[in-house]
Design a protein around this ligand. Structure first.
Ligand code: DHB
Length: 308
């Protein structure tokens, strides 16, 4: 079964890849993604300088999903600029995720990373774990202004990683802004921000930073992710390709994202739980499911979710 896909003119050998943040901070982790069946190598969101991140424990996985407050631990963009040319020898797209604590941080990272020509740049508008910093993705005019500045600098296809939205008006104003700015792809969704997981036996929170509050991922967020993929696909169609992210644990979960309109799917919590072998398992599960249903390709079912 051909599971390849094309996003913003870039061909991906398979339509599944890691989500930014999951096993993609160090050179060794990024190279392991290169050697795996992941259809791309997505970097951790990078900031101008190295960051240790928040104190541990800062990631916790449980049967329904995960919670994290990593605090943007990353090597800093100069290190990723050095690594990216090596990553490009693995024969799959390299997606550089850029972030920042302020707009100038994003612009600085974008300038340096554009110079080494990753295949795509994913602008992270949705980091929920920095104390005192609201997610820029929840401010549509601030997002527009930042993206317009970035567009002047970035010469490779540039997309956005969005937080989940919960209100139809937010889908509409965000979709309009993304169409105005002409972003090349959108990754939907980042973790569901500022959840709280409680250990009732110990009577305490499960991660240390920020009083235990953190971004939720994994199986529990799938309906939120599917709603966001579907809502944006209905508003934007194929003019901005969508990478679906959130709650993918099985080939069936991938299929659901594709039915909602996703052209590719990213794996976060399941990758951290299972390691890079997850890609082979999911690829097999999706291939078998499509075959059983009689689909010859992704384009035969993509977006074709039926309504009652
Ligand atoms: C972190 C978490 C995110 O969801 C994100 O988009 C970027 C960074 C973090 O805590 O490291």
């Amino acid at each position: 079964m051909d599971l390849s896909t094309t996003i913003a003119g870039v061909r991906f050998p398979t339509c599944l890849m890691n989500a930014s943040g999951a096993l993609c901070v160090t050179k060794a982790e990024l190279e392991a993604l290169g050697q795996s069946r992941s259809g791309a190598i997505v970097t951790k969101s990078m900031t101008p300088a190295f960051r240790q991140g928040n104190p541990e424990p800062r990631y916790y996985s449980f049967p329904g999903g995960s919670i994290n407050s990593m605090g943007l631990p990353n090597l800093g963009y100069p290190a990723y600029a050095d690594i990216i040319p090596t990553l490009q020898t693995f024969g799959k797209p390299v997606i550089a995720s850029i972030a920042g604590l302020s707009p100038p941080d994003f612009l600085e990272a974008a300038r340096a990373i554009t110079a080494v020509s990753p295949d795509l740049i994913e602008v992270n508008l949705s980091c929920p774990n920095i104390a005192g910093k609201p997610q820029i993705g929840y401010d549509v005019e601030a997002s527009r202004a930042l993206l317009l500045e970035l567009k002047k600098i970035v010469t490779v296809p540039m997309g956005v990683k969005l937080p989940p939205y919960f209100d139809p008006v937010h889908y509409e104003i965000t979709a309009r802004m993304l169409l105005d700015v002409k972003v090349d792809f959108m990754t939907v969704i980042n973790s569901v921000g500022n959840g709280l997981v409680v250990d009732p036996e110990e009577e305490r929170v499960v991660i240390k930073p920020r009083y235990g509050f953190g971004g939720l991922g994994g199986a529990m967020i799938k309906p939120v992710a599917l709603a966001n993929v579907r809502a944006f696909w209905k508003l934007i169609g194929d003019s901005i390709p969508i990478i679906g992210t959130g709650g993918v644990v099985s080939g069936t979960d991938m299929f659901e994202h594709i039915l909602c309109g996703a052209k590719a799917v990213q794996i976060g919590t399941a990758l951290v739980d299972e390691g890079v072998g997850v890609f082979q398992r999911l690829e097999k599960e999706l291939g078998e499911l499509l075959q059983r249903k009689g689909y010859a390709s992704l384009s035969d079912c993509r977006g074709r979710l039926q309504e009652l």
